[in-house]
Design a binder for this molecule. Structure first.
Ligand code: NAD
Length: 540
């Protein structure tokens, strides 16, 4: 029987415009979720585990609002989670592919229907996303990850070797031997769901350490998988101190792979740890990490000024600049600057910011106090620097939530700190270059930061666009021509960057799935030889 996974199409994005049913549904769910306080247990081997070592889960837009209280793992629970994942490995990895696939298809369907506003609501409240940003992340992107990855896996499985006469050759796509460690960031609910489910759908079992700043979204994602029928032990949800959890997990002999998204420095530390422990592991662990960025927009003198302005505003400030792909440096030709500056400053000053539960807001608050302080530091230093000038925003207030006004900095030098370093907040730094130095400016874009995640060129001149594509070949793993550098869609623009931005294994594609497979080549000889002598040895 040949199994065919339903051909995926990208989940349609609901508008949440006034009068739509989805707007009413999300508002109703937000009201309910705002009024309750959820207790979040660990989930190990399908069982709820309570340690009593608890943290408050609060809302970025109102840090006094405790949304949930979460139990944190100690070393004993982490060990238990590892054992649970190893115990589940045999039954899960030998379960028929169509049965595993059906579980994740069901998870996608539940998320598209009855669970949509729970996961969206958690994303608004816990991460500070607007209705639109939640919809494109927590609903649509996660649904797409699930459906498309199943489809890509099926294509991988279909890839089989040729067989010479008298034999049958096969490739068996085994999961890794051991367990996979998923370490997920705060900023996308879909990433939490994907870093766990992508290895799991291929037969791996997973220990999941969610971000401390995304525990409500992580918990509901785990519940969604359970509701879809995921057996206990396949994904084990273990919030806890990141260093302690990692010590336990990466010190274990059966640690077989790391599926990480987060900052560059943390990934580098985890890579080193894997290197140090290498002789103790059963296999060479797969290390997959998507990390930081310093994503750029470069405008050619021929570019449409309104398109450049819109890309800067949307690319830099949606979700408060906390997308790994967010534009955070822009290079504008002097001839365009006079026309761009006034309208851009006015547009940025007009951005509505506040509680995303009020749908008139375009922006919410940044995720936590550490992020707020870091961003405020960049703004304060820019205000004091003779190399930089704040053109818009530049104010911040954490009395109720961690609010930072969208900020434009004009830099007098292309190497000013906010042109080079990842800030991960609503700060865009602009550098105005002489029109005659277009090619030199492309080289400047290429060498200014250690990252290589996303970037965009705006140009109506085809030769200039071509030159940018060539000179910036290694500057971005996701490159945009006349579009903002954010908003990659599963199945359309597979996502990831190289250099310091990660291993570029392209989340939501076959390339990523291949990292969680350890193929076995099987040769079966149909009628085996019974005489060791070859024909050439026979007498003349
Ligand atoms: P983060 O690095 O602070 O945290 C990521 C995860 O690592 C969390 O689960 C955290 O608890 C864990 N962690 C932190 N310190 C650790 C340690 N010492 N040992 C083990 N684990 C540790 O990142 P974040 O603030 O959650 O997310 C923002 C970062 O993620 C940005 O740098 C952003 O560019 C990056 N990001 C990249 C992509 C991509 O696809 N390239 C996507 C999203 C986010």
């Amino acid at each position: 029987m040949s199994i065919v996974i339903p051909t995926p199409v990208n989940e349609p994005i609901l508008s949440y415009a006034p009068g739509t049913p989805e707007r009413a549904a999300l508002k109703a769910r937000l009201a309910e979720m705002s009024a309750e306080q959820v207790e979040i247990p660990l989930i190990i081997g399908g069982e709820e585990v309570r340690t009593g070592d608890m943290v408050d889960v609060t809302s970025p837009q109102n840090h006094g609002h405790v949304l949930a209280r979460a139990h944190r793992a100690g070393p004993a629970e982490v060990k238990r989670a590892i054992e649970a994942s190893l115990d589940a490995h045999h039954a899960w990895s030998t379960m028929r592919w169509e049965d595993r696939a059906a579980i994740f298809l069901k998870a996608a369907e539940l998320l598209a229907t009855t669970w949509r506003q729970t996961i969206n609501g958690a994303t608004v409240l816990n991460l500070g996303k607007t209705a639109h940003q939640s919809e494109i992340d927590a609903a649509c992107e996660l649904i797409d990850f699930l459906r498309f990855n199943l489809h890509f896996a099926e294509k991988i499985f279909a890839e089989q070797p040729v067989s010479a006469p008298g034999m049958w050759n096969r490739t068996e796509y085994r999961p890794l031997e051991g367990f996979v460690y998923a370490v997920t960031p705060f900023n996308f609910t879909a990433i939490g769901g994907n870093l766990t489910s992508a290895p799991a759908m291929l037969g791996n079992t997973v220990v999941w350490k969610p971000s401390d700043h995304a525990l409500l979204t992580g918990y509901y994602t785990m519940r969604l998988f359970e509701e879809a029928g995921l057996p206990g032990g396949v994904i084990n949800f273990v919030p806890g101190d990141p260093v302690m959890v990692t010590e336990e997990v990466m010190g274990h002999r059966d640690f077989a792979g790391l599926h990480f998204t987060g900052s560059t420095s943390v990934f580098q530390a985890l890579w080193k740890k894997a290197g140090e422990n290498l002789p103790n592991y059963r296999s060479y662990p797969r290390l997959v990490g998507e990390t930081g960025g310093k994503d750029f927009i470069i405008a050619h003198p021929s570019a449409d000024v309104d398109a450049v302005r819109t890309a800067i505003t949307r690319g830099a400030f949606e979700f408060q600049g906390q997308k790994c792909s967010a534009a955070s440096r822009a290079y504008i030709p002097a001839s365009m600057w006079a026309e761009l500056e006034g309208p851009l400053v006015a547009e940025v000053e007009s951005i509505s910011m506040g509680d995303p539960g009020d749908f008139s807001n375009f922006m919410g608050a940044v995720i936590h106090k550490g992020a707020f302080d870091k961003i405020a530091g960049y703004i304060d230093r820019a205000r004091a620097s003779s190399d930089a000038k704040i053109l818009a925003g530049g104010t911040y207030d954490d009395s109720t939530g961690y609010f930072v006004r969208p900020t434009l900095i004009l830099s007098g030098t292309p190497t000013y700190e906010s042109m080079c370093e990842e800030i991960f907040g609503p700060v865009m730094t602009l550098y105005v270059y002489p029109d005659a130095e277009w090619s030199e400016t492309l080289d400047l874009v290429d060498r200014t930061s250690p990252y290589g995640l996303t970037g965009a060129v705006f140009s109506r001149d085809r030769d200039a666009a071509r030159e940018a594509m060539e000179r910036l070949r290694f500057a971005a793993g996701n490159f945009y021509v006349n579009d903002k550098p954010t908003g990659a869609v599963v199945g359309q623009q597979p996502f990831g960057g190289s250099r310091a931005s990660g291993t570029n294994d392209k989340a939501g594609s076959a390339l990523n799935l291949l990292r969680w497979l350890s193929p076995r080549s099987i040769k079966e000889t149909l009628v085996p030889p019974t005489d060791y002598r070859y024909p050439f040895m026979a007498a003349e």
